[in-house]
Write a protein that binds this ligand. Structure first.
Ligand SMILES: C[S@@+](CC[C@H](N)C(=O)[O-])C[C@H]1O[C@@H](n2cnc3c(N)ncnc32)[C@H](O)[C@@H]1O
Length: 293
């Protein structure tokens, strides 16, 4: 169970948030070409697979389709149970788990594959090494972990609104969480905690008009996935203490901290970003790292 102090101030199940994550999920799948880079044979039946910070389970559902007819047991965990689907198939199991806390004793050493995507900013100031060490304790010897997080060097081909948006993202990682270097450091962190065969890859995720040719719900989903992050971010910058429940920055942050942004400019960022992404699109950069126990 999550600590009471970590519970949301208000119910964060708004459909805009879930739609935003699903929009980005489609863009991630297209950019990566395959869901898992770790060299695990997904077609051997009966694997135990964990998705930490799974939200509504979309990643597990898509993976289950990719792996069919191989049937696996999927375990999805999140800080909040409010996202979990009400009647999941019997091989999909959901439970609450804060990534900062130890994992259930009965799970230790039992998983073949552990996945976590865009969740680590929520470690806040707890060292990433400790969070990943606890997470990978649930792996069997020989099991694989794959972690995917943002990487923020400026992408010069992006338009001004997307660059401004990504600067905002990098700033959040610095003030609220583990810092903007966390993604590039993942591979080294996995080695530091004693895992083997650690590798990483940079993935450029096309969004908006750069996805032209894809179904319109995928193109628009990627745009709204980013735009949905802005109102909550503005709340924080305006000094409102809030549960950030946006596509990129899910975390509890006290407002009112120093920031380098112009509020007037940020007020118009959502509209400018939507227009820019519709017209020219852009790219996000992520780091995928994987390693073996
Ligand atoms: C940006 S979303 C990513 C969701 C999903 N992994 C994906 O890639 O679509 C971050 C998720 O982490 C969850 N989360 C936030 N803080 C957490 C914590 N301390 N422990 C576990 N999950 C957390 C959020 O509820 C949300 O579902």
């Amino acid at each position: 169970m999550a600590n009471e102090s970590n519970k949301p101030h208000d119910k964060p199940t708004d459909s805009r948030y879930i739609a935003a994550l699903e929009g980005l999920h489609d863009a991630f799948f297209l950019a990566m070409g395959k869901p898992i880079y770790a060299p695990i044979d997904l077609f051997q039946p009966g694997l135990r697979i964990l998705d930490s910070g799974c939200n509504n389970g979309r990643w597990m559902n898509d993976l289950a389709l990719t792996c069919a007819p191989a049937a696996h047991q999927y375990y999805g965990t999140d800080l909040l149970d409010v996202f979990f689907p009400p009647n999941p198939p019997e091989n999909l199991h959901y439970s609450e788990q804060d990534i900062r806390n130890p994992w259930p004793a009965e799970w230790q050493g039992t998983f073949d594959f552990v996945h976590q995507r865009t969740v680590l900013v929520n470690a806040r100031k707890k060292p990433i090494k400790d969070v990943l060490s606890q997470l990978t304790e649930v792996l069997k010897p020989g099991g694989w972990v794959q972690v995917m997080e943002g990487d923020f060097p400026p992408i010069l081909e992006n338009g001004p609104a997307l660059r401004e948006f990504l600067d905002l993202g990098a700033w959040f990682f610095d003030v609220a969480g583990p810092g903007r270097e966390m993604g590039p450091n993942l591979k080294a962190t996995l080695m530091d905690i004693g895992l083997h065969n650690s590798k990483d890859e940079t993935v450029y995720v096309a969004v908006g008009a750069k996805l032209n040719g894809q179904p319109s719900n995928v193109v628009n989903g990627s745009i709204e996935g980013l735009c949905a992050a802005i109102p909550g971010s503005l709340d924080i910058i305006r000094g409102k203490e809030t549960l950030q429940h946006t596509s990129l920055f899910d975390t509890y942050i006290g407002g009112g901290m120093e920031h380098p942004f112009s509020l007037d400019k940020l007020e118009t960022l959502e509209d400018r970003l939507r227009t820019e992404l519709l017209n020219t699109g852009g790219h996000l950069r992520y780091r995928v790292a994987w390693a073996q126990k």
